[in-house]
Design a protein around this ligand. Structure first.
Ligand SMILES: NC(=O)c1ccc[n+]([C@@H]2O[C@H](COP(=O)([O-])OP(=O)(O)OC[C@H]3O[C@@H](n4cnc5c(N)ncnc54)[C@H](OP(=O)(O)O)[C@@H]3O)[C@@H](O)[C@H]2O)c1
Length: 261
């Protein structure tokens, strides 16, 4: 077997399963180098040639790098000895220190993808506690590039903050889309039209931002001094940005407090 072996504990869950599928689809590793674990056994991913186990220590023993993709409250029940190995945690609200203490891992990386891993559109910031070989860091970066974009951050606290930002994935746009549709319906627009219009704004029209700077877009639209400018001005006067700041701080506070249960 050539190349590193990767084990994903919780490798059949939402995030773990999407990452496993992407690793195979992008040919980051051959199926024989991928080991997944869960408690319930059989899963369709096992038909793609990966090894599926229910014994997490067996996974650790066969893996050079281990991803922990269980829910934070499930972490307390994980008994692992990953001494000498790199552990990458996707868990929100569990510190690198707590992960190192419970797993004996020699290197801990905390990464925060989002639900868009399943469509290859996640942004995954990651933080490496302590020293890691450039080859290890390169593997972490390439692993998360299989499910979108990724970037290393230099402070662990940034992961807790970003957990409330990019970690929430579609949540904030979903809130905006629902508010737009509800308000349009309240103003008498038929439900089907209101929903089509709101979805277009949040999902389709916003694709323009992929190649345009957001602030330039706002400035250009405000310069028309028309309908869009009036709507944007009303949002600003309603302290939209401060509201966003409070929302992100509220989420980050939960991440910092810890979710281990
Ligand atoms: N979903 C998101 O948008 C998101 C965003 C950022 C970060 N995260 C983080 O990603 C992690 C996973 O979230 P998720 O939404 O993917 O959860 P999920 O779909 O519930 O997946 C958890 C997986 O872990 C397995 N599992 C639970 N206990 C286990 C154990 N002791 N040994 C082996 N496998 C075990 C479960 O399978 P069995 O039941 O068969 O054991 C399941 O496949 C969480 O820590 C979360 O904080 C999630």
């Amino acid at each position: 077997m050539t190349g590193p072996t990767l084990g994903i504990i919780g490798g059949t869950g939402w995030l773990g399963g999407a990452i496993a599928k992407a690793v195979l689809a992008k040919a980051l590793l051959p199926a024989g180098n991928l080991i997944l674990s869960n408690r319930s056994g059989a899963h369709p991913l096992a038909q793609q040639g990966v090894c599926l186990v229910t014994d997490n220590q067996a996974l650790v023993d066969r893996s050079d790098v281990i991803v922990i993709a269980v829910r934070p409250e499930q972490f307390a029940n994980l008994t692992l000895d990953a001494m000498g190995k790199t552990v990458i945690s996707l868990m929100a609200g569990i510190t690198a220190q707590a992960i190192a203490a419970q797993t004996s891992a020699s290197r801990v990386v905390r990464a925060m993808p989002n639900a868009a891993v399943e469509i290859g559109q996640s942004f995954t910031p990651w933080y490496c506690a302590g020293v890691a070989e450039p080859t290890t860091k390169s593997l972490v970066q390439r692993l998360f590039e299989c499910v979108g974009t990724a970037a290393e951050v230099q402070q662990e606290d940034f992961i807790d903050y970003l957990c409330a930002l990019s970690g929430t994935g579609p949540a904030l746009p979903a809130l905006l889309m629902t508010a737009l549709a509800n308000q349009a319906m309240a103003a008498g627009i038929p439900a089907e039209i209101a929903q089509l219009a709101a979805k277009n704004v949040v999902v389709d029209s916003s694709q323009l931002l992929a190649n345009h700077d957001a602030q330039h877009m706002i400035d250009a639209l405000v310069a028309y001094r028309g309908v869009t400018a009036a709507a944007l001005q009303s949002m600003t006067q309603g302290h939209f940005e401060e509201q966003v700041g409070r929302a992100l701080q509220a989420g980050a506070a939960v991440a910092r407090k810890g979710l281990q249960g």
